[in-house]
Design a protein around this ligand. Structure first.
Ligand code: FO1
Length: 315
C-alpha cells in the first residue's frame, strides 16, 4: 500500500486531486508542493492564489462555484475600494482578504512564506504538509503575439487568457531555492503525483526550481492528464497547446512530461491514446478523471494510488 505521497499542484484541478489524495491518506502522509509563480502583489497585498486554492480545498473552505476563493464569500471591501477608484479586475472577497492581510503582515515582519503557509494550514486544521515551491520570488511572464510580455495574472484574469501566447518565462527561477524541508519530503515519498494542473504554467515552474527535478527523478512519478477529449476542464491549457503549435491531447501531455513519468492517468474518452503513450515507455491507465463532486476526487485519488501501487510492484 502506498502511504507517503508528494503531489505537485497549482490551480483548481490540482487542488481537487490533492484534496482527494488527502482524504485517502493517513494524517501527515501527503505533502503538496504548490506553484507560487502566479503570486503577485495587488492593493499592496501578497496574493498566493494557488497556495490558497489548495489550502481552502483541503480545509473544506473553497468556493464550490469558482474553485478559488472562499465559500460564502461577500465582496464589501473590494466594492468599496473600486468605488474609491481602485482596480476592479481581480476580485478579493472579504473572507479571503483576511488571508492576504495576515500573509502580508507576516512577510513584512520577515517570516518565510513556507512558515506562514504551514501555520495557516495548521490553523485551518489541515494535516497535510503544504509547501510553496520556493520562498524566493518567481514570476510567470506570458509572451504574447500582440501584447508583448504580460505578468501572469494580467494575462489570466485581466485579459481573460485572450492574448495568443508564444511562450513563458519564469523570472527569478534560476536562483530560486526549494522551500525548506521539501527535498526531504520528496526523499521520503514512495511516489510523486503530478496533479491535473496546467503543465505550462502550474507544473513547469515547480519542476524548473533548481534541485526539484533532480530530486524527483529517482522516484516513481505518475501524472494525471488535465486534458480530456482535447479540452482543458478549466483554464487555458488547451488553448496554450494550440497556440504553441501542438495538439491539445492527453498523449501530448504525456509526451511533454516524457521520461520523467513511470505512469500516466488519462480519461476514458481518451482511452485510444494508451497505445501511443505506451510506445514512449509510459504505462497508462484510463478512468473517469472528471472531478465534479467530492466523491469523484476521492475515487480518482484512490484509483491513482492503486495504479501507483501496481507500478511500484511491477504489476
Ligand atoms: N481568478 C479569476 O478568474 N478572477 C478573479 O477575480 C480571481 C481572483 C482570485 C482571488 C484570490 C485567489 O486566490 C484566486 C483568484 N483567482 C481569480 C484565481 C487565480 O487567479 C487563478 O486560479 C490562478 O492564479 C491560476 O492557477
Amino acid at each position: 500500500m502506498i502511504s507517503k505521497v508528494v503531489a505537485l499542484a497549482g490551480g483548481v484541478g490540482g487542488a481537487k486531486l490533492a484534496d482527494g489524495l488527502y482524504r485517502c491518506l493517513a494524517p501527515g502522509d501527503l505533502s503538496v508542493i504548490v506553484n507560487t509563480a502566479d503570486d503577485f502583489v495587488h492593493y499592496g497585498l501578497n496574493i498566493s492564489p494557488d497556495l490558497d486554492t489548495v489550502c481552502y480545498a483541503l480545509a473544506g473552505l473553497a468556493n464550490p462555484e469558482t474553485g478559488w476563493g472562499r465559500e460564502g464569500e461577500t465582496w464589501q471591501a473590494i466594492h468599496n475600494a473600486v468605488q474609491l477608484g481602485g482596480p476592479d479586475w481581480f476580485n478579493l472577497g472579504d473572507r479571503d482578504l483576511g488571508t492576504h492581510l495576515e500573509r502580508t503582515r507576516r512577510l513584512r515582519q520577515g517570516d518565510l512564506l513556507s512558515e506562514i503557509t504551514s501555520d495557516f494550514a495548521r490553523a485551518w486544521g489541515i494535516s497535510a504538509n503544504i509547501f510553496p515551491m520556493s520562498n524566493d520570488l518567481v514570476a510567470t511572464m506570458v509572451s504574447t503575439v500582440d501584447d508583448g510580455e504580460l505578468p501572469f495574472q494580467e494575462y489570466f484574469v485581466k485579459r481573460g487568457c485572450e492574448p495568443r501566447v508564444t511562450g513563458f518565462r519564469f523570472a527569478g527561477i534560476e536562483t530560486a531555492r526549494p522551500a525548506p524541508f521539501m527535498l526531504e519530503a520528496i526523499e521520503g515519498a514512495q511516489v510523486v503525483v503530478i496533479c491535473p494542473s496546467n503543465p505550462w504554467v502550474s507544473i513547469r515552474p515547480i519542476l524548473d526550481i533548481p534541485g526539484i527535478r533532480q530530486q524527483i527523478q529517482g522516484k516513481h512519478i505518475v501524472a494525471v492528464s488535465p486534458i480530456i477529449g482535447g479540452k482543458a476542464v478549466k483554464g487555458p491549457a488547451a488553448k496554450m497547446y494550440t497556440e504553441l503549435g501542438m495538439t491539445p491531447s492527453a498523449s501530448t501531455v504525456a509526451g511533454q512530461y516524457g521520461s520523467l513519468l513511470s505512469g500516466f492517468v488519462l480519461d476514458r474518452v481518451d482511452g485510444d491514446q494508451t497505445d501511443k503513450i505506451r510506445q514512449s515507455g509510459i504505462i497508462s491507465f484510463a478512468t473517469n478523471t472528471l472531478m465534479s463532486t467530492a466523491e469523484d476526487r476521492e475515487r480518482l485519488a484512490s484509483e491513482v494510488l492503486d495504479f501507483c501501487d501496481r507500478i511500484i510492484g511491477g504489476k
